[in-house]
Write a protein that binds this ligand. Sequence first.
Ligand code: ADP
Ligand code: ADP
Ligand code: MG
Length: 664
Amino acid sequence: MFSKILIANRGEIAVRIIKTARRMGIRTVVVHSDADAGSMAVEMADETIHIGPSPAAESYLVQDKIVDAVRRSGAEAVHPGFGFLSENPVFARRLEAEGITFIGPNPHAIEAMGDKITSKKFAHAAGVSTVPGYMGLIESDEHAVQIANEIGYPVMIKASAGGGGKGIRVAHSDADMAEGFSAVKAEALTAFGDDRVFLEKFIIDPRHIEIQVLGDKHGNIVSLFDRECSIQRRNQKVIEEAPSPLLDDATRKAMSEQAIALARAVNYDSAGTVEFVAGQDRSFFFLEMNTRLQVEHPVTELITGVDLVEQMIRSAAGETMAFGQDDLKINGWAIESRIYAEDPYRGFLPSIGRLVRYDQPEEGEHDSPIGTYTVRNDSGVREGDEISIFYDPMIAKLNTWAPTRLGAVEGMARALEDTHLQGVGHNVPFLAAVMDQDRFKSGQLSTSYIKDEFPDGFKGAAPDRRRIDILIATAAAMNEIISEQSGDPSDRTDWIVLIDRDAHGVTLGYDEEEALTLDLAGEDRALQLREIDWRPGLAQFRAVLDDAPYTAEVARIADGFQIRTGATKARVRVLTPRMAELFARLPEKQAADTSKLIQSPMPGLVVSIAVTVGQEVKAGETVAVIEAMKMQNILKAERDGVVKAVGAKAGDPVAADDVLVEFG
Ligand code: ADP
Ligand code: ADP
Ligand code: MG
C-alpha cells in the first residue's frame, strides 16, 4: 500500500479523498492555487504545495506542475478527483512513464471511453444498447439537416468531447438543426478544443440512470448497482439517489450486465460509471462512460457500505478486490442534494461572494417523526470562505440515508432546514421545495422535472398547512421572547399574526408541560410549541411543533420578521388587533418598475455591450454578455425599444442588479 498520495484537485472532493486516505494511514499532499491557499483541503492535508495562479489553466490543469509536485513531495500516487485532469489519458500515460501510479483506470480505458463518439461505437460493439443516431463525420449544416431527417426529430446535437452538461442542444426542426449544429460546433471548439459533433435521437421525457462499476487489475469487475440523477438543470445533475425508483430487479440486472460487459471490453480496473437514458417504460440506452469517481458517488456508498475512494486506492496499488458480486446488496435508500452557490430565483445563475454564515446539519443518525435517518455532509468550505469565480460553484453535497425512500426524503428535508448559508445566493430553498413535492415523493422522475414543475422558474412555494402553522408559531414565540427580555413584558395573550397580508388570530397560553400553546381563532385547533431554541440575534429558530422538530431561518425586519421555512419565505408580523386593523388599511407597496431596464442577473464581468445610446433594438436581439464562473450569460431585449442609456462597458465588473442598459 502507498504511504503518501498527492491529490490533484480542490474543494469538497479533495477533502473527501483526504478523509479516506487518513483512515487508511496514508499521508496526503494537496496542491493548490492562489485562491485556495487557505482552503479547508489545504488545512486538512499533511503537506501542501502551491502550484500557481487561480485560473485552473495555470494551476490544476498544468501537468508539469503536478508532476513536479509529486517529485518534490515523494508521493507514490496521484488521485485526480473529478473534473480537471481526471479523464485525461495523456496525463495518465505521463504519470505511468514517470513511474507514478494514477489512482484511476488504465490509460487505454480512459482513451476508449474518453469521447462520446468513440465510446458509443465501443459500447455498440460490446452489445450495449445505444441511442439511435449518426456517428460519422458531418460535413456541413445541410448534411446535418439531412441526417436529422433520417433520424427523425427531435434530435440531440452533442459535442463528442462535451461534459458537465456543456455542448448539448436539442433540435425540433430543420431551422433549429441548421442553427444548432454550427453553434454546438463553435461552442465545443472554445470549451473543449475539439469541434467533433454527432447527432442522436432525443429521448422524450427520459430518466437518467447510471450504473457504478468497480474493477481491479486482476480482471474482477462488479456492479455497485444504480443511481438515478434525473433532477437536472442545464443537463446537469442537482439531486441524485440510489437506488433508482424506476428499476425493477430484472431491469437493474440487465443494466448492470451491460455496464459490466462494457467495462470488461476495456479491461476496466477502477471506479467508473456507465450512464444511460431510460424511458418511463424501462427501455434504456447508453449515453457515456465516466472513467472517474462521480460527484454523486456517496449515495452508492451509503446503500452498499463500500468506500469507493478506498477501493480506487486499493485497486491502483494492485490489490485484488476483497468481495465479489454476490457479497453486494442494496441496503435502504440514499439521496444527495448538491448545494450550489447559485440563485434559484434567477434561473440558477452562479453566485459568488463570502460565506459569512454557514451552519451545517450534524452528521450521523437522527430521529424524525417517521423514523431514523443518517446525514452525511461532504463539504469543502468553511464559514468565512470565499466562493470565487474561478471554479465550480458547488459548496457541499448533502446526503441522507434511511431504510425507505420516504424516510430519506424526509431526512433530507430536515437536513436542508439545518443548512443555513448567508453571503452568497444558494439553492437550498429550491432543494427544499423539491423534497416537499408529492411528485418527487412518489418517485415520478424525469429529466424535464424542473421544467415541468417550475415552468416559470422557481419563485418559492406557497405555504401548506404545516408551513403556515410554523410561520404563526415561530413569529408568536419570537415576539414573546423579545417582549420578555424587554424589561417591560406585555401580558397580552390575543394577537393577530399577519403572514404577508393574511391575518391569523391566536390566543397564547402555556400548558402543564410548560409548552407554548396557540389557540387558532375560528378554528377548532391549538398548536403546541416546545423545546424552543432561539434568542434575539440568532438566525435559526429551532423548536418542536406538535411533536415534529423543525428549523426556520429568521431575521428581524422593520415591523416584524422575515421567516423562511423550507421553500416558503414570508414577512410575518405579530400585531395587536387594533394595529392589525390599521395595517389592513395601508396601501400595498408597489414594486419598482424595472421593465425598461436590462440588469445584470449575477455578479460578474461584462464581456460585451452590443448596443449604443439612440439605437433601435428589436425584441430578442442581444444587448449584453456577462460572464461569471466560466459561464456566459447572453442578455436579450424583451421588447422593441430605443436605448436611452448604457451603464457599463466591456471589461467592467458588475454586481447583481446593476443596470446595464436602459430603454426610453
Ligand atoms: P458527474 O460526476 O455526475 O458526471 P458533473 O457532470 O457535474 O458530475 O461533472 C463533474 C465535474 O467535472 C464538474 O466539476 C464538471 O464541471 C466537470 N467536468 C466534467 N466533464 C468535463 C469536461 N469535459 N470539461 C470540463 N469539466 C468537466
Ligand atoms: P455530459 O457529458 O455533459 O454529462 P451526457 O451525454 O451524459 O453529457 O448528457 C447529459 C444529460 O443530457 C443527460 O443526463 C440527459 O439528461 C440529457 N441527454 C443526453 N442525451 C440525451 C438523449 N439522447 N435524449 C434525451 N436526453 C439526453
Ligand atoms: Mg453525463
